[in-house]
Design a protein around this ligand. Structure first.
Ligand code: TLP
Length: 354
């Protein structure tokens, strides 16, 4: 079997032909000297799209989040994060190691922090306590299923944090998935926060890079942190050129990925041995649980033998992510592969396309 359906992550998307052409033609300079015209164009465009004064091109989402945390805080400060957030779970404790920050996880059932959780976590000035400096949100929320945080929830949470003297950073790695899924202008989701990071290299299909946007003063601070972390890139315009195409051409098509995720979830639902919660599918992710004794590792290995690649989220939980590199026919193929693996008869309606 030669077919491979890549559902591990939308980070596997390859650049489009138009991106490759733009990369070849890009005008370049030394961006550490702030002299790369293509990086300048990307930074202006990104800031404009999310409604901020300025933005900074960074090599990865992880570095973008870390630059934001460092720019908003002092060592010893406390940062509120959702307990399953990427910053808390998957960024190698960079905030603690590099920033000397205390991350305080707020547990939720669905990634949606409640305003009262923030109110309860607010620190009063006290000689014993760290300064409560920052609230981080994640939209879409990855490990909670790719769920979307609404504009009204974002406004309310930011209002509570700001009233307590805290700043708000949004990990918007997939903020355009959220905007497209909710059919709102992305500014509705980014307007209430002080800074937002979003990725060009996930569903938007650019090969490398993320943007960090905020006030001009914030971005100036973030630029120094980026340099300290080794993220100053020289002729980065060659990458920024692909980022510009990503922003101008790739946002609306994310709706196809969302439709495919739903198709995938519906096709997998009801297969004995695995459980998929359809109510959680709001963007381009499908999470499922294996029923014991089947483990996620065994399920993933079995799918791999069938030519379907997926990611592990916990000992019993797995994740499939749809993106530009996965067509509806490949989604159907993946459904059939899982049915085969789990010993379920093929679905007649999928035979034609798979
Ligand atoms: N997420 C990756 C992996 O790290 C898990 C993925 O495949 O989903 N914030 C969020 C919400 C993310 O999902 C990611 C990447 C990041 C930040 C970090 O971005 P990169 O990978 O560019 O450092």
């Amino acid at each position: 079997m030669t077919r491979v359906v890549e559902l591990r992550s939308d980070t596997f998307t390859l650049p489009t032909d138009e991106m490759r052409q733009a990369m070849t033609a890009a005008q370049l300079g030394d961006d550490v000297w702030d002299e790369d015209p293509t990086v300048h164009s990307l930074q202006r465009r990104a800031a404009e799209i999310v409604g901020k004064d300025a933005s900074l091109f960074v090599p990865s989402g992880t570095m973008g989040n870390l630059c934001a945390l460092l720019a908003h805080t002092q060592p010893g400060d406390e940062v509120l994060v959702e307990a399953e957030s990427h910053i808390f779970v998957s960024e190698v404790a960079g905030a603690a190691v590099v920033g000397g920050l205390q991350l305080r996880p707020l547990s939720t059932t669905d990634g949606r922090i409640k305003p009262d959780q923030v109110r309860t976590a607010v620190r009063e000035p006290d000689i014993h306590e760290p300064r409560g400096a920052l609230l981080c949100l994640e939209n879409t929320h990855n490990r909670q299923g790719g769920i979307c945080i609404s504009a009204s929830a974002t406004r309310e949470l930011a209002g509570v944090a700001h009233a307590a003297g805290m700043k708000v950073h949004l990990d918007g790695a997939r903020i355009f998935n959220s905007a497209v899924a909710q059919k709102v202008d992305v500014k509705e989701l980014t307007g209430p926060v002080d800074s937002v990071m979003f990725c060009l290299s996930k569903g938007l299909s650019a090969p490398v890079g993320s943007m960090l946007a905020g006030s001009a003063a914030f971005v100036e601070q973030a630029r120094r942190r980026r340099k300290m972390l080794g993220g100053g890139m020289r002729q980065a315009g060659v990458l920024a050129a692909a980022g510009l195409v990503a922003l101008d051409r790739m946002v609306e098509r994310l709706a196809e990925d969302h439709a495919n995720a739903r198709r995938l979830g519906e096709g997998l639902q009801g297969i004995a041995g695995i459980e998929v919660d359809l109510s959680r599918i709001e963007s381009n992710m499908v999470f499922g649980d294996c029923q014991p004794p089947l483990t996620a590792r065994e399920f993933i290995e079995g799918c791999k033998r069938e030519g379907v690649l997926l990611d592990q989220a916990s000992p019993k939980r797995w994740r499939m992510v749809t993106h530009r590199g996965v067509s509806a026919a490949e989604v159907d193929y993946a459904i059939e592969a899982v049915r085969r693996l789990m010993g379920v008869k093929p679905r007649e309606d999928l035979r034609a396309t798979a």
